[in-house]
Design a protein around this ligand. Structure first.
Ligand SMILES: NC(=O)c1ccc[n+]([C@@H]2O[C@H](COP(=O)([O-])OP(=O)(O)OC[C@H]3O[C@@H](n4cnc5c(N)ncnc54)[C@H](OP(=O)(O)O)[C@@H]3O)[C@@H](O)[C@H]2O)c1
Length: 424
C-alpha cells in the first residue's frame, strides 16, 4: 500500500533520506509491504546544487505539508521556527510526523506530542538523539516495563572528537577545535556543541523518556568543555581516567535530575572506549543491569537510516489505523536540585610549597564537610601542583569547599575542577 512522503529540509540528512527513499523503495516494499513514495523535498534555496534529483525540490514548504499526495511529513530542517509551525500544521491535518530535531523536541515536544495524541497520529523522533543509534524506541517501547535508574550518554560527536584527539595526541583544545572545524566535524560557531547546549537538549529528551516526566532544558545543569586543558587530560590519563562530556540523568524516589558536564571516567568503564565522533548511551535498571548502545551519532546516511526506520513504522501504523502517540505517558514532576546531587570532584590546585600547606587545604575541605579520597603532589619549591579527588559530597558542599580553598593565601590557583563518575 502506498504512503506519500514529504520531506521538509533537503540538506545533509534530508538529502540522504530522499536518496535512500528513491534507492530503497523496492527493498522496503518487499520487506514491509509498504510502497513509500517520495513526493517533494522542501528547501530554502532552489538554486543550490542538490545530491537528489532536482525535480523533487520546492521552496513552498507549506505546499509540501498541504499536498494531498503527502500522507506523512518528515522534518529535517532543524531549528525551532518554521519547523514548529509546519509540524503543527501537519499534525492538525492528521498527517503523521517524523523529525530528527532535538532542539524542537526538547523545547516544544510537550506541545507537539499532545497535539499528535489529540489528533491520534504518530509523532516519531528516533534520530533526535544519537543519530543512527536506536535509543528512543528502546527507551519508550522495548524497555517500557523497566524502571530506569540512570542514563549516561556521550551524545555530542563534536566534543567527543575534540576530547579524544586531545587525549590521543596531547594537543591543545583550540588547536583540535580548529582542525575539527576544517574537517566539518564542528560548526563555524561551535557554541551549541562545546558549551554543552546540544547535549542538554538530548539529556532532557532522554530523561523524559527514561523517567516518564517532562524535563525542561532549562532544568538541565549544563557545563561545556572549554575549561578542559591538555594538562587536565594528561593528568587524568596518568591517574587511569578518560575525560568525556557526559549527559547524565538520574531517577529515583528523591526526584529526577539531569545534567551535562565534563567527567572523569575510569578507563575500564565501557564508555571510555567510545572514541572520536561516536556516540553512546548507557542505561542502568534494577532488572536489566546495564545496557550500552553505541555507534555513529551523526552523518547524513547513518542519521537518515534512523529516520527511515521511523518513516516505515509511522507508515505501517497509518495504514493499520493504529497510530500511537505518546509511546510513553509523561507526567509533571519537579526536578531535584543539582545542588543536592552527590559528586566526586577532581581538583588541580597550584599552591605555595611550605610545611603545613596540605593541612590548610585539608582543613578547607573538612570545614565544608567534604572528605578527601586521594592527593597527589607534583614539584617542589616555590609553587607545587596538588591533585585531589574527593569522596562523593553534595554539589553545594563541594562549592563551599571551593570558596574556602580559594580564600586561602596558600592557594595560588584552582587550575581545574572536573567531576568524577562515581565509583563508590
Ligand atoms: N547532520 C547530522 O548528522 C544530524 C544528526 C542527527 C540529527 N540531525 C538533525 O537533523 C536536522 C537536519 O540536519 P542537517 O544536518 O541535515 O541540516 P542542514 O544540512 O543544515 O539542512 C537543513 C535543510 O533545511 C532547509 N531549511 C532550513 N531552514 C529552512 C527554511 N526556513 N525554509 C526552507 N528550508 C529551510 C535547508 O535548505 P537549503 O538547503 O536551501 O539551505 C536545508 O535543505 C536537524 O534538526 C539536526 O539537528 C542532524
Amino acid at each position: 500500500m502506498r504512503v506519500g512522503i514529504g520531506i521538509l529540509g533537503g540538506g545533509t540528512v534530508g538529502g540522504s533520506l530522499a536518496n535512500q527513499l528513491l534507492r530503497e523503495a523496492g527493498a522496503i516494499s518487499a520487506k514491509s509491504g509498504i510502497d513509500v513514495e517520495l513526493v517533494a523535498v522542501g528547501v530554502r534555496d532552489l538554486a543550490k546544487k542538490r545530491d537528489f534529483p532536482a525535480g523533487y525540490a520546492t521552496d513552498d514548504l507549506e505546499g509540501v505539508v498541504d499536498d494531498d499526495r503527502v500522507d506523512l511529513v518528515v522534518e529535517l530542517m532543524g531549528g525551532i521556527d518554521p519547523a514548529r509551525s509546519l509540524l503543527k500544521r501537519a499534525l492538525e491535518a492528521g498527517k503523521p510526523v517524523v523529525t530528527a530535531n532535538k532542539e524542537l523536541m526538547a523545547n516544544h515536544g510537550e506541545e507537539l506530542i499532545e497535539l499528535a495524541a489529540g489528533r491520534g497520529v504518530s509523532l516519531l523522533f528516533e534520530a533526535a538523539v544519537g543519530g543512527a543509534i536506536p535509543i528512543i524506541r528502546p527507551l519508550s517501547e522495548s524497555l517500557a516495563g523497566e524502571r530506569i535508574d540512570r542514563v549516561i550518554g556521550i551524545v555530542n560527536g563534536t566534543t567527543n572528537y575534540i576530547l579524544t584527539a586531545m587525549e590521543d595526541e596531547g594537543r591543545a583544545y583550540a588547536d583540535v577545535l580548529a582542525e575539527a572545524q576544517a574537517l566539518g566535524f564542528a560548526e563555524a560557531d561551535p557554541t551549541a556543541d562545546v558549551a554543552g547546549h546540544d547535549s542538554a537538549a538530548k539529556a532532557a529528551i532522554l530523561a523524559g523518556l527514561a523517567f516518564g516526566v517532562w524535563v525542561s532544558v532549562a532544568d538541565v545543569h549544563t557545563e561545556g568543555i572549554h575549561g578542559i586543558d591538555e594538562v587536565a587530560i594528561e593528568m587524568a590519563n596518568s591517574l587511569g581516567y578518560s575525560v568525556k562530556l557526559l549527559a547524565i540523568a538520574d531517577g529515583g524516589e528523591r526526584g529526577h535530575v539531569a545534567r551535562v558536564h565534563p567527567c572523569l571516567i575510569p578507563m575500564g568503564h565501557q564508555l571510555s572506549s567510545v572514541r572520536g565522533s561516536s556516540n553512546a548511551v548507557f542505561l542502568e535498571g534494577p532488572n536489566l543491569g546495564q545496557l550500552l548502545f553505541s555507534g555513529p551519532g551523526a552523518g547524513g546516511q547513518p542519521t537518515a537510516t534512523a529516520v527511515l526506520g521511523d518513516v516505515i513504522t509511522a507508515s505501517r501504523e497509518l495504514l493499520a489505523g493504529s497510530q500511537v502517540t505518546p509511546r510513553i505517558r509523561y507526567s509533571a514532576a519537579s526536578p531535584r536540585s543539582f545542588d543536592d546531587v552527590e559528586n566526586q570532584w577532581y581538583l588541580r590546585l597550584i599552591v605555595a610549597d611550605f610545611p603545613g600547606v596540605l593541612a590548610q587545604v585539608a582543613g578547607a575541605f573538612g570545614a565544608a564537610d567534604v572528605s578527601i579520597k586521594s592527593v597527589w603532589q607534583e614539584g617542589r619549591g616555590g609553587t607545587v601542583t596538588l591533585v585531589i579527588i574527593t569522596h562523593p559530597a553534595q554539589e553545594k558542599a563541594q562549592r563551599s569547599a571551593l570558596e574556602k580553598l580559594s580564600a586561602l593565601d596558600a592557594v595560588d590557583q584552582v587550575a581545574a575542577i572536573i567531576r568524577v563518575l562515581d565509583e563508590e
